[in-house]
Ligand binder design. Structure first.
Ligand SMILES: Nc1nc2c(c(=O)[nH]1)N[C@H]1C(S)=C(S)[C@@H](COP(=O)(O)O)O[C@H]1N2
Ligand SMILES: [Mo]
Length: 537
């Protein structure tokens, strides 16, 4: 065994020790974070900082590639990166333990700094990274303390001019003893690695599980929502064409798109929840969840849309919301002159900025507590969120909302504005072809082309379809509840064999027709006609 290969071998053992130490650190930190809040766990805290600081295009890329799993992808990616670093530091630690310990200390410091700078973090947020760092260091130290190389041969044979029988036997016995000892040490080392990885993983998974159990699912299940003082108008017969592949008029909660910056879903206890309406108001107000439920509740169907929705995309959904009219609360708080922006602030520090005038112009802007007949799902903002017809979510739909702060657009930029998105976000008129899509199973003859169109709070006046760039043909609009929801449309197409291009465009109730010109989703929403290619046989 040469020195070089021995050190390569010990380097590999060191890498294993590093990974074992990192697993212990991350896992034990998750367990501590059960007490201090899951957002203080180092992986979540550090990735939270990453999410807040990645450039807009990267965020869009992540949404495009990973969709609603973008956050899971980030966490897994970080874990893999961390494992690589840990392996490197472990390999160094075999030579010089302080270097390895310094590596762990570095990660602990980064974790502490990230956790302490998250919105609403107290000093206890430092605990998970500190405990994790200490335990990780201990594991690394214990693992690399023992010899990590097989012993050098006891006798160097090449020096023997005469190799006697007896000497040989002694050598072999010594070598065998050394080998046994080494095998035993190696067994203990690998056992230690497996133990640390196993215990660390269990602690991590257990921590996540306990955090979820400590969450607000039970509190949510206990909520009894009062009946609305102003029920939603019934959905007219025929609003839902009930065609296969066509998005249903009402999006079920389980299928409702989810977009937010939260790596772990905020768990906001309705019993301790308070909403502060403050800033530039004459009369600041604080409301509890019970206060909110005691007020007259309004129920409305409103279609929510994400500014990041590509033409033809599905970051849009329609639900029946139950809540309190924000306008009434603002009337009581009495905004001061010049307070032209209402900043909704979430329990995790995220903000959106909504024009005060929009909230007070008579539309059904709600502080919502219910969604499709249930308390808000936790990932959709339980216990309370904002819903404002006609504005993209990023400027209006604050989930887990705890503050409405009256300020001005000149004085405050909400979360997405410094990240390159427009301060104002009225929803652009859009339309989508849901069926047919793709190439299979279509034969010549009448084919129903159908989809949805939306121009929230303006309403849709007309939808048109064209085939292969030909003349625009009027589609039939299904009835709808109000101008605040999408509308389904359909068109009978006398399809002929071959490849065809279908396009759709909508005209809103003010008479504006969707422009053909394609623009990116940034900074204020995509434009262009949804186009699908189909094959008819
Ligand atoms: N607290 C919080 N609220 C938020 C966001 C967020 O990142 N954090 N994202 C907004 C965006 S961009 C959209 S499109 C809507 C999406 O609401 P949904 O997840 O219930 O569909 O929530 C909005 N509310
Ligand atoms: Mo969004």
């Amino acid at each position: 065994m040469t020195t070089q290969s021995a050190s390569r071998k010990s380097g590999r053992f060191g890498a294993l020790a590093g990974i074992a130490a990192a697993t212990t650190a991350i896992g034990s930190a998750e367990l501590v974070a059960v007490v201090t809040g899951s957002r203080s766990a180092p992986l979540v805290a550090v990735d939270g900082v990453v999410v807040d600081h990645v450039p807009g295009p990267v965020k869009q890329f992540a949404i495009d590639v990973f969709g609603v799993h973008d956050k899971l992808a980030l966490l897994v990616g970080t874990a893999v990166l961390l494992a690589a670093f840990a392996a490197g530091f472990g390999a160094l630690a075999v030579r010089r333990l302080p270097v390895g310990l310094a590596g762990i200390a570095l990660f602990a410091v980064v974790g502490v700094a990230a956790a302490l700078t998250r919105a609403g973090a107290g000093p206890a947020a430092a605990a998970p990274s500190l405990v994790g760092g200490l335990l990780g260091a201990a594991v690394l130290w214990l693992l690399v303390a023992g010899p990590l190389e097989p012993p050098a041969p006891t006798v160097d044979r090449t020096d023997h001019t005469v190799a006697g029988q007896g000497d040989d036997a002694v050598d072999r016995a010594a070598a065998a003893r050394d080998g046994d000892e080494w095998r035993e040490q190696r067994r203990r080392f690998l056992g230690g690695v497996a133990g640390a990885v196993g215990v660390g993983t269990l602690a991590g998974l257990g921590g996540r599980w306990l955090s979820a159990r400590r969450g607000v699912a039970q509190a949510r299940a206990a909520v009894r929502l009062p009946a609305p003082a102003s029920p939603a108008p019934p959905v007219p017969v025929g609003a839902d064409l009930s065609l296969p592949r066509l998005a249903p008029y009402t999006t079920p909660n389980a299928g409702f798109y989810r977009i937010d910056t939260a790596l772990v879903v905020p768990q906001v206890d309705p019993d301790t929840w308070r909403l502060r309406i403050h800033g530039r108001v004459r009369r600041p107000i604080t409301l509890s969840y019970a206060d909110l439920l005691a007020r007259p509740l309004v129920e409305r169907d409103v279609t929510l849309a994400c500014v990041s929705n590509e033409v033809g995309g599905d970051l849009i959904g329609n639900a029946r919301w139950l809540g309190v009219r924000i306008a009434d609360l603002l009337d009581e708080a009495q905004p001061l002159d010049g307070a032209d922006q209402v900043v909704g602030r979430s329990s995790d520090g995220w903000t959106c900025g909504t024009p005060t005038a929009v909230l007070r112009d008579g539309r059904d802007a709600l502080l919502a507590v219910g969604m499709n007949g249930e308390p808000l799902p936790i990932e959709h903002g339980f216990p309370v969120r904002m819903v404002v017809p006609g504005l993209y979510g990023y400027v209006s739909a604050c989930k887990w909302v705890v503050e409405l702060e009256l300020t001005s657009f000149a004085d405050f930029d909400a979360y997405w504005v410094p990240r390159g998105w427009s301060a104002r976000g009225p929803i652009k008129t859009q339309s989508r072809i849901d069926t047919p899509r793709g190439r299979g199973g279509l034969t010549a003859g009448p084919v129903t082309v159908a989809g949805v169109a939306w121009a929230q709070h303006r309403g849709i006046r007309a939808v048109e379809v064209r085939v292969d760039g030909g003349p625009w043909q009027p589609a039939t609009l299904a009835p709808t509840v109000s101008i605040d929801t999408w509308v389904q449309w359909s068109w009978r197409w006398p399809a002929t064999p071959g490849e065809h291009t279908l396009q759709v465009r909508a005209t809103d109730a003010t008479g504006d027709t969707q422009p053909e010109h394609r623009t990116d989703v940034a900074p204020d929403g995509a434009t262009g006609h949804h186009t699908v290619r189909v094959t008819i046989t």
